[in-house]
Design a protein around this ligand. Structure first.
Ligand code: HEC
Ligand code: HEC
Length: 351
């Protein structure tokens, strides 16, 4: 007997609630229109969404393009006595794994990465870790080895560290070709000069330590679709390298590699990742770049005997994470920062 009555009451209460809500909304809008607050236009068509996206101000380029190093044009190689060598050198940089990876057709001496994975567009991309200053600045004494290094030695550094592999014979056809390619790339650069846009971008230092926990969020949102949740990337079907290269684990660069230093990793990704970012259109904030570097470089990767590195410990870069150091900062701080105090101490010591 009671049921229809209960239903009626419920209905009335609901109507009352709705009416109150409506009065509230109308009242709020009236209040806003009198208070001078601007309401966004009430339109939800896809066109206006696209417009809204296009109106987001463009991110600032990391460098003005004027005066940046540009690689010579491959189509001008015609008639160059070294043309074949140069082309083979370029091919080896772009498709290293096909020739020298675990299933390489020349020799199996490296982990499946291509040089080009880190030296984008075969070492020609502006702020893409390019080779524009190799011909002009080598041989040079490098603090990491404490020795004078020529181009073949420097190439082998990357084979043994970034490609976690073995060195290539200095007089092999492959080494000669890669050196010829780098010399050709830098042929217009005056000796000793390091042109604008060469190498890796220097991301401004943070006032705090880089944070692997925040970095994981960046990774999960902006990297995982290609490099995968386990960081192992996506191998090519033919087993000759990767569509998306691995970022940690057994098949990645080892602890002696340049990218294991946070500043190198942050600078590389700031100007080049996620894929499609460039120095003119960076996609990560400085904080995101440092934090994702901290996350990736806090995970497992191959080790390397580094006891011969940095024979003069005072020359260790601020972000070399293995002691002994010539200052009192911990390995932890040398790995994640904050780096400003380390840099200031270095400047004081060198005065
Ligand atoms: C995992 C990333 C990675 C891979 C793969 C890699 N490199 Fe490198 N390479 C680096 C980094 C990082 C540096 C140091 C850049 C810096 O300190 O500014 C570097 C530096 C160099 C330099 C010196 C550039 C200069 O201007 O001083 C040469 C030459 C070089 N690499 C050659 C190679 C070759 C050849 C291969 C393939 C056999 C290769 N690299 C693969 C990351 C990589
Ligand atoms: C849309 C796919 C895609 C996304 C998203 C992406 N990458 Fe990459 N990444 C690549 C590809 C492809 C390469 C190799 C580039 C080449 O060979 O030209 C690469 C190379 C790299 C390398 C150097 C090679 C190596 O294996 O060490 C690093 C480091 C890297 N990415 C980090 C990141 C980080 C960090 C993010 C997220 C902020 C990210 N990437 C997002 C596709 C992607």
């Amino acid at each position: 007997m009671m049921q229809p009555f209960v239903k009626l009451i419920t209905l009335l209460v609901a109507l009352l609630g709705l009416a109150t809500a409506l009065v509230g909304v109308v009242g709020f809008v009236v209040f806003l229109s009198f208070s001078g607050v601007q309401l966004p236009p009430l339109s939800s068509s896809p066109v206006s969404v696209a417009q809204a996206v296009a109106e987001i101000p463009a991110v600032k380029a990391l460098m003005e393009p004027e005066g940046m190093w540009i690689a010579p044009d491959l189509s001008n190689l015609e008639g160059d006595p070294d043309a074949e060598k140069i082309k083979y050198g370029r091919e080896l940089i772009a498709n290293t794994a096909e020739y020298l990876g675990p299933n390489g057709k020349v020799k199996a001496i490296s982990n499946g990465l291509n040089c080009q994975n880190c030296h984008l567009q075969a070492g020609t991309a502006p702020l893409g870790n390019n080779y524009g200053a190799v011909a002009s600045t080598y041989p040079k004494v490098r603090a990491r080895s404490g020795q004078s290094e020529d181009i073949p030695k420097r190439i082998n550094d990357c084979f043994e560290r970034s490609l976690n592999g073995q060195p290539l014979e200095r007089d092999s056809k492959e080494m000669i070709a890669m050196v010829a390619y780098m010399e050709w790339l830098g042929k217009e650069v005056p000796k000793g000069e390091k042109p604008k846009g060469v190498g890796i971008y220097e991301v401004p230092l943070l006032d705090r330590a880089a944070d692997p926990v925040k970095g994981k969020l960046v990774y999960d949102n902006q990297c995982v679709s290609c490099h995968q949740a386990d960081g192992q990337g996506m191998p090519r079907q033919d087993g000759l390298g990767y569509i998306y290269p691995p970022l940690w684990g057994d098949h990645s660069y080892n602890q002696g590699a340049g990218l294991f230093r946070l500043s190198r990793f942050a600078g590389y990704v700031k100007a080049n990742m996620p894929l499609g970012a460039t120095y003119q259109n960076p996609m990560l904030s400085d904080e995101e770049a440092w934090d994702v570097a901290a996350y990736v470089n806090s995970l497992e990767r191959p080790s390397k005997d580094l006891s011969g590195d940095w024979p003069d410990i005072s020359k260790k870069p601020m972000d070399h994470p293995f002691g002994p150091f010539s200052d009192d900062f911990t390995e932890e701080q040398h790995k994640f920062g904050p780096f400003k105090p380390i840099q200031e101490a270095k400047q004081k010591a060198s005065k």
